[in-house]
Structures are given as C-alpha cells and as structure tokens.
Design a binder for this molecule. Structure first.
Ligand SMILES: Cc1ncc(COP(=O)(O)O)c(C=O)c1O
Length: 364
C-alpha cells in the first residue's frame, strides 16, 4: 500500500529516517562518553524502545507509571521514571514493578520519598532514587547544593529506597546553536555545584542524568554527566528543526491528511485538527503555525479546530482540490503521537507495517 492509500488522518513513521536518527544519537553519546537513556514519551511504543536498547541504550525513561507498565509488559527493563510520582495507587503499582525489575525514580521532596518508601517497603521491593535538582529550567528540582545532599541522606535512611544519584532536566537549553551551547555551559555550572556538594559530604553519586534533544550535542561539555535522556530525537519535529537541531529530512513523522473542503475562499480544510496534530504551538522559528504541509510549504496551517485544519492558500502556488492527500510535519511530535492508536511504518513511500502506540494516553 502507498501512503496516499491510507485512511486519513494517519500517523506515519519513515523507517529509514528513524533508523538514521537512532544511529546518530547513539553515536553522539558514544563520542561524548555519556550513556543514553532515551525518553520514551515521544514514541510510547515498546517496539521502538527495543530498537533503542539494541543500539546500546543504558536504559529507558518514562514519565508515568502506566508508561513503565507498558514497557515492562513488553519485556523491557532498567526504567527511570523521571517524574516525581505521588499518590498511593500509582506507587503501589510502581513498587510491584520494582519487585521484578530495575526501577529508578526521580524526586525532589522528602514527602515524596516517604510515600515511595512505604510503598516499596510494604511490597519488599527496592526502588532506586535520583534526587532531582534544578539546573536552570525552574520547573522541578531542589537547588544544587547542601539541600540536595540533605535529601539524599534522608533517602538513604528510608526502607525500600536506594539512593543512586542525581537527575536534572535541561529544558532551558533551547534556541539557536549558540544559545543552546551557552545554556548548556550554564547548566554545567549548576551540575558542578551539585556534584561539589556531594563530594564535600563524601556521598558517592553513581548516576548523573540530564540532557534532552536540543542539548544532546553539548552533553560532553557538562562534566560529571553519566547519561542523557533525549526523547524527541527519534522522530524530530518543527520545534527541533527551527532550532537547527535537525534537518527537515530528519523529521521521521508525517501526518497524512486529506483536503476535505475548499468551499470557503482563501483556505483549504484538511481532516487533521487538534485531535490529530495536538494544539501545541511552535516554540521556535516562525511565530505561529500549526504544522508544515510538505507538499505546499507556502500554504501555512494557520488554525486548528478539533477535526479541521485551516490552510491559508491565499499566497500559495499550489492548486488544492477536495480529495487531495497531503502530509504534515507536526510542531511537537510527542503530543501528536499521543493522539494516535497506531503509527504506520513507511519505507520508500510504501506502507510496510504498523506499530500500536501502546502507551498513548497513559497519564497515571
Ligand atoms: C524530565 C525530562 N527528561 C527528558 C526529556 C526529553 O526532552 P526532549 O524531548 O527534548 O529530548 C523531557 C522532555 O520533556 C523531560 O521532561
């Protein structure tokens, strides 16, 4: 079957591009001497997580217990839940996983550690803990320094927990290559502050987990980092492209869509709206836009309703007609993938398979 024959809207993944992205990140990590623990929130697909592990990943990252369950059900192990999970129901499920498999969790509060400890201890499980510190994104994480050491010491005393190291997220590393290098260097100073405090306290830190896709090329500049957790790199998207962190041809994911109306002058309507592409805005490049139409880049996708996408065709040289099949590169691929039950696999324009996006919608 050709892409054009798919029932639309449909999420497609170009396998040649995906494989190139997987190899490139694995090589980038090897040359910089850091481990790769890819964040699976981008693809939410165990088959792809396995490809990452086969290419030398030291483990996987998830944000939610439900995502960890999907990955472990598929036989995957060594999972870091890079999110401060709170709540008895979720922690009970997490401890059940930790009885059988290596589970790490990041957290930044004693209250979270106490909850996690009682869940782990009640099931005779051991959960590895990374203390999350703030290296500049100002979302989660305690200040790098004595406060982080104090939390680590408390964790060491709690039953069912094992202090394994530190975690931080470089979400602030964003923008042009120069901006990203500068921000990565600033993050490196925060990482150094954290490590100095642990060294002073003579508390060994086994894992230092950081990184992201836009910061991946600068990981080697961050002294002490043992692993990075990029997610988006597998598929890439417009946000990555407009930062210059990938080329357009490195975007592996396209949403295949059909023009369903040209009745109203000035625009063409496609069957991909916010329930297909997600409403996440562009955070890099042009100030607006809901995705890039590959076949007609001069027709901006200016607005989304739930099931309708509005192409502004007033400046376009392309002649749009009802029934025409187009392909769209999403702004933010992670939230787009989460909208789809399946990803159709494409090689050379031919649909050669399909993955179930098994962890989509796993928000608990
Ligand atoms: C904690 C954490 N780690 C890693 C990542 C991966 O970032 P990216 O998708 O830019 O590679 C994210 C992204 O949201 C994150 O929140």
């Amino acid at each position: 079957m050709q892409i054009q024959e798919l029932s639309t809207p449909a999420l497609t993944v170009d396998l040649d591009t995906l494989e190139r992205n997987l190899e490139a990140m694995a090589a980038l990590c090897r040359t910089q001497g850091v481990g790769l623990r890819p964040h699976t929130k981008t693809h939410k697909t165990p088959e792809l997580a396995r490809l990452q592990m086969e290419r030398g990943a030291v483990g996987l990252t998830v944000a939610k217990v439900g995502e960890a369950e999907v990955m472990t059900l598929a036989g995957l192990d060594k999972i870091l839940v890079a999110y401060p999970i709170y709540g008895a129901e979720k922690l009970k499920r997490l401890a059940a996983l930790a009885r059988r498999l290596e589970i790490l969790v990041s957290l930044d509060a004693e209250a979270t550690a106490v909850e996690l400890s009682s869940a782990a201890a009640s099931q005779s499980a051991t959960i590895g803990v990374l203390v999350e510190f703030d290296s500049g994104f100002h979302r989660c994480g305690i200040a790098p320094g004595p406060e982080a050491v104090r939390l680590a010491k408390k964790i060491q005393k709690l039953p069912g927990l094992a202090f394994r190291g530190l975690m931080t997220y470089f979400g602030q590393v964003w923008g042009t290559s120069d901006q990203r290098r500068l921000e990565a260097d600033q993050a490196a100073q925060e990482v150094a502050k954290a490590l100095d405090a642990f060294e002073e306290a003579r508390l060994p830190v086994e894992i230092v987990s950081g990184g992201s896709t836009p910061s991946a090329e600068f990981a080697g500049r961050v002294k002490g980092l043992t692993e990075i957790r990029p997610g988006t790199y597998v598929y890439n998207d417009l946000n990555t492209y407009y930062q210059g962190a990938c080329r357009l041809e490195d975007c592996a994911t396209r949403v295949v869509t059909t023009v369903v109306s040209t009745a109203v002058p000035g625009h063409a309507i496609i069957d991909a709206g916010s329930k297909t592409l997600s409403s996440d805005p562009l955070r890099a490049g042009p100030s607006s836009g809901c995705g890039l139409v590959v076949e007609a880049p001069d027709a901006p996708l200016i607005k989304l309703n739930e099931e309708h996408g509005y192409l502004d065709i007033t400046q376009s040289t392309h002649k749009f007609h009802v029934g025409e099949v187009l392909t769209v590169i999403p702004n933010h691929v992670c939230t787009c993938v989460n909208m789809h039950d399946e990803a159709f696999l494409v090689r050379g324009g031919e649909v050669v398979g399909c993955w179930r996006v098994a962890a989509r919608g796993k928000i608990r």
